[in-house]
Design a protein around this ligand. Structure first.
Ligand SMILES: Cc1ncc(COP(=O)(O)O)c(C=O)c1O
Length: 303
C-alpha cells in the first residue's frame, strides 16, 4: 500500500428537482472511493503521518477515538499494511459485536477502553508523557487524525478538487474535529468559499480549533470559510429514525451509499440551505463525501 501515490478522485454530478429549481450546479467528490478501508478524508489526513512514521522507523502509532471511529479503523488497517504496531484508546465501553473494533484488533491494534473523563485528558501533557514512557519509540496521532500533517494532506485533496472542478464556488464538508476543514481552507484558492457543517451540537469552539490547527501548521486560511451550526440533527452520534429515512431517500435518489454520522448530516443540511436560497443562482458547489462507510455497521437499521 502506497499512501503517497496520487489517487485519482471521482466526481458525480448531482441532479435533483431542487438543485435545478435553484439553478445551482452540484457535484459530489467521491473521496469515499479512494480505498476500501482508508477512505475519504482519512487517506489524506493520515498519509503524511504514516510516511513520517515509516521514515523515522517508528514502532508504534497511538491514537484515540470512539467505538465506531472511522479514524481508528483506517489507522489500524494502514499501519498494519506498513508493519507498524498500533494502540487505540477508545472512549467508553464497547460490545463484543462491534465490527469496527473487531477489524482493528484483527489488524493488530491493541485496544484500551478509557472512561469519558479520562478520555478528556488525552491531549494533556502528563498523559502524553506517560504514553511516551510506556511506548518509547512511538508517535501519537491526535483524535480523528487531526494534526499538522493532516492539514498538509487535506490541502493536497483541495488542490486535486480545484484542478478537476474548475470555477468551483463553494465546497461543503462535514466537520468533527475540524482537521479536514483546516486542510481545505489552507490551500483553497482565494475565490473559493468553504462551508463546514459540524455534526456536534454547539460547535462554535471549532472556529477556534480550526484557527489553532492552521496556525500550528504554519498556514492560514486562503479563502473565506464559515461553519453552519444547525446540521447536527440531535447531536454527535445521534441517528434518529427520521435521519435514516432522510438519508435513504438521498441514497436512492442519487444512487450512492452514505455514512450516517457525518456525510448524511452534511448533505441533509446542504439541501435545507439550498431550499433557503443560501447559494446564489448559478453557483457551482461540491459536497465532499468523506467516506467512512464502515461506520454504517454500527446502526442496526443499516446493517
Ligand atoms: C466520514 C467522516 N467525515 C468527516 C469527518 C470529520 O472530519 P474532521 O474530524 O477532520 O472534522 C469524520 C471524522 O472523523 C469522518 O469519519
Amino acid at each position: 500500500m502506497n499512501l503517497l501515490e496520487d489517487v485519482s478522485l471521482q466526481y458525480q454530478h448531482l441532479d435533483s428537482y431542487l438543485y435545478r429549481a435553484k439553478s445551482i450546479d452540484v457535484f459530489l467528490v467521491r473521496s469515499d472511493k479512494v480505498h476500501p478501508h482508508v477512505s475519504g478524508n482519512k487517506w489524506f489526513k493520515l498519509k503524511y503521518a504514516l510516511q513520517q512514521a515509516q521514515q523515522q522507523n517508528i514502532e508504534t502509532l497511538i491514537s484515540f477515538g470512539g467505538a465506531y471511529s472511522n479514524h481508528i479503523h483506517a489507522l489500524a488497517y494502514a499501519a498494519h499494511q506498513l508493519d507498524i504496531n498500533t494502540v487505540g484508546f477508545i472512549r467508553g465501553q464497547w460490545t463484543e459485536d462491534n465490527q469496527t473494533l473487531q477489524d482493528a484488533q484483527k489488524w493488530g491494534m491493541q485496544l484500551h477502553s478509557v472512561s469519558r473523563e479520562a478520555y478528556r485528558e488525552k491531549h494533556t501533557q502528563p498523559f502524553l508523557d506517560e504514553l511516551k514512557q510506556k511506548y518509547p519509540n512511538s508517535m501519537i496521532i491526535a483524535e480523528g487524525g487531526s494534526g499538522v500533517l493532516a492539514v498538509k494532506g487535506v490541502a493536497d485533496l483541495m488542490r486535486e478538487i480545484e484542478s478537476s472542478l474548475p470555477n468551483l464556488d463553494v465546497l461543503v464538508a462535514a466537520c468533527g474535529t475540524g482537521g479536514t476543514l483546516a486542510g481545505l481552507v489552507a490551500s483553497a484558492e482565494h475565490t473559493k468559499s468553504i462551508l463546514g457543517i459540524p455534526v456536534l451540537k454547539g460547535a462554535q469552539f471549532l472556529n477556534h480549533d480550526i484557527e489553532q490547527l492552521l496556525s500550528s501548521s504554519g498556514s492560514s486560511a486562503q479563502c473565506s470559510w464559515q461553519l453552519d451550526l444547525d446540521g447536527h440533527y440531535g447531536g454527535y452520534g445521534k441517528v434518529k429514525a427520521e435521519h435514516i429515512t432522510a438519508m435513504q431517500s438521498i441514497e436512492q435518489h442519487h444512487q450512492v451509499l452514505l455514512e450516517p454520522v457525518y456525510v448524511a448530516k452534511m448533505w441533509r443540511r446542504f439541501d435545507e440551505l439550498v431550499s433557503q436560497d443560501y447559494f446564489a443562482p448559478g453557483a457551482k458547489v461540491a459536497l465532499l463525501h468523506s467516506g467512512g462507510l464502515q461506520g454504517r455497521r454500527g446502526f442496526k437499521a443499516l446493517a
